[in-house]
Design a binder for this molecule. Sequence first.
Ligand code: ADP
Ligand code: GN1
Ligand code: MG
Length: 366
Amino acid sequence: MEPDLKRIFSRFSAEGSFLEGKAFGPGHIHDTYRIITAEKECDDYILQRLNTNVFKDIPALQENMERVTAHLGKKIALIPGSDVKRESLTLTPGRETGRSFITDDEGRYWRMFIFISDHRSYERVDSRHKAFEGGRITGRFQAMLADLPGEPLHETIPDFHNIAKRLDTFHSVIGKDPAGRVESVRKEIEEITSREDEMKTILRLGAEGRIPLRITHNDTKFNNILFDRNDRALLIIDLDTVMPGYVHYDFGDAIRTATNRAEEDSQNLSAVSMDIEIYRAYAEGFISETKGTLNSTEIEYLPFAPKLLTYIMATRFLTDYIDGDNYYKIKYPLHNLQRTRVQLTLLQDMEAQYDNMVQIIKNITK
Ligand code: ADP
Ligand code: GN1
Ligand code: MG
């Protein structure tokens, strides 16, 4: 049944009255709607029904969200010429609770943000300028959260980028083969298993104390960055997975998505490859904001990060495919398998260009 958006909207303390609500955006996780208000002078809103299959503890998730948005809002307000309402997310409190979420009659959770109007976002990146801007805003995000006061953030999805745990799940799903698909994906399984040891490198460096846990975004997919009409990056959204992590997770996922010449689910595998100039520009932007904080081991392993995140996503898409498509939203039966194949193709291209990736980071940081 379609949700009664007008009624749900009325339970938040928003300015303006409900004119229209419609599904919005390319997200894979929540149900997202844009609410248009009747009054020209009032903001529009983004209303989201939260995915409790993915996020098991919504009050904890929203507590992180409230702390992070408040901290960023304060910092951005101090920057001369900044526009807090466009450069950070603004949660709308529920009328009855004052918290940043409500539950509906069926017990489902909803939250609402001010809609950032007249923005652009990109599935593919076609200029060095956009890549630099994306890197700059993501680096700034990480730098601004370095002094978040208080307790560590909740781990909203435990072991989210822990590849050792992801591989355990992968092998256990293969063992169960609940959808009878294992035989048909032997080749893809082999691509994953042949790289298992190499891909645990970042976890090993963490365990050895050579790289620190920081507050990271963990979902720095390029379409989570919103730009203004002049293609200046405004902010990075989708803060559900902001929690402790390694810098490599953010750099890696951004490069995975920004540099791919094809879309994440492209049908045309021969179009999938990494654009090294986009890599260079993104790295320049990211490092311009973070170089004061990163240690030499973190920098040394930056070029490895895109391989890791591409591998993690291939593992997750393939796990979900074998499991019978229970996690990601799919539009057709082989969708998760196609996503897997795109990631594996991209990974092979990154491996082919690896020496160049290393050299570029050396040049930027020397
Ligand atoms: P998901 O986790 O499902 O990807 P997101 O939080 O990324 O959910 O939101 C989905 C989409 O909604 C985004 O890709 C973006 O297009 C849009 N969106 C989210 N928040 C805002 C906002 N405050 N202003 C404008 N658009 C937004
Ligand atoms: C999901 O929420 P969205 O669509 O930005 C996923 C990411 C994956 C991405 C792949 C909470 O991101 O980890 O990289 O899909 N988010 C979650 O497209 O699992
Ligand atoms: Mg998103």
